[in-house]
Design a protein around this ligand. Structure first.
Ligand SMILES: Nc1ncnc2c1ncn2[C@@H]1O[C@H](COP(=O)(O)OP(=O)(O)OP(=O)(O)O)[C@@H](O)[C@H]1O
Ligand SMILES: [Mg+2]
Length: 236
């Protein structure tokens, strides 16, 4: 049984259907990525899975339970947490205070502030600094840390690379091995195809709210991905 199973999910904003019949599965310990261009419906899909967006049909099952109608706080307590697009930190609170917000929303487990500072040593040094004073990369680390502090079984990451320099993006994604080794399953959403393909064993490409391509990342050819990503014909 998959840990997370999404079946024919459709999500709309009023009359506009942003996600149009997406199905995907995530097994325990697996990392999958969902790639797609600006406006493809990636964040809408992730928000709907994590209980934030309400206007939806289809089914979301987590650990065998139908959670389609559950609210976000209940889903987080059950073990599925999002690192939201744009980080959404409390800018005037310290690094540590932001991390502790995650702890209060989640479950007991091995992710403590100490474990986060081991994963991202710079955050330990900056633990009393207010979030607004950090660089973009450091803020992204806090957002990941705060999500891990809920001790999730599934971590949903929305565009971790957004607005960051390539070396910083590599630093951020390097933490995935350590996170995975604790048994956490990960969904990576990215516009950055190279990063998403490198981070995951299986990828889905979204185009206008539908899956235009999916497969094991080592079986996907870059020109097929490009065609599925932009909705263009493959060049022969
Ligand atoms: N609150 C909203 N109200 C109406 N339409 C919305 C809303 N949020 C998103 N949309 C529309 O839904 C579609 C999908 O948006 P979404 O943010 O899910 O895309 P995305 O793949 O996450 O894009 P990006 O890579 O830019 O973050 C877009 O056409 C967008 O304009
Ligand atoms: Mg988005």
């Amino acid at each position: 049984m998959p840990l997370l199973e999404v079946e024919n999910l459709k999500v709309s904003y009023g009359d506009f259907q942003a996600v149009n019949g997406v199905s995907l599965t995530l097994d325990e310990g697996q990392t999958i990525s969902i790639i797609g261009a600006n406006g493809a419906g990636k964040s809408t899909l992730l928000n709907a899975i994590s209980g934030i967006h309400g206007q939806k049909t289809g089914t979301v099952r987590f650990a065998g339970k139908d959670i389609t109608r559950h609210r976000a706080d209940r889903i987080a307590r059950a073990g599925m947490t999002m690192v939201p697009e744009g980080r959404r930190l409390f800018g005037s609170l310290s690094v540590e205070e932001n991390l502790l917000i995650g702890a209060s929303a989640g479950r007991a487990g091995q992710w403590t502030t100490g474990a986060i500072y081991e994963l991202f040593p710079i955050l330990g040094e900056l633990r009393h600094a207010v979030a607004n004073s950090l660089s973009g990369g450091q803020q992204q680390m806090v957002a990941i840390g705060r999500a891990l502090m809920t001790n999730p079984r599934v971590l949903l990451c929305d565009e971790l690379s957004l607005g960051l320099a390539p070396t910083i993006i590599n630093d951020i994604y390097r933490c995935f091995g350590a996170i995975r080794s604790t048994g956490v399953s990960i969904v990576v959403i990215e516009q950055n195809v190279t990063q998403a393909v490198a981070a995951a064993g299986y990828a889905y490409c979204l185009l206008e709210g539908q899956v235009s391509l999916e497969g094991p990342t080592d079986m996907l050819a870059m020109d097929d991905i490009t065609a599925a990503y932009f909705g263009t014909e493959k060049t022969e």
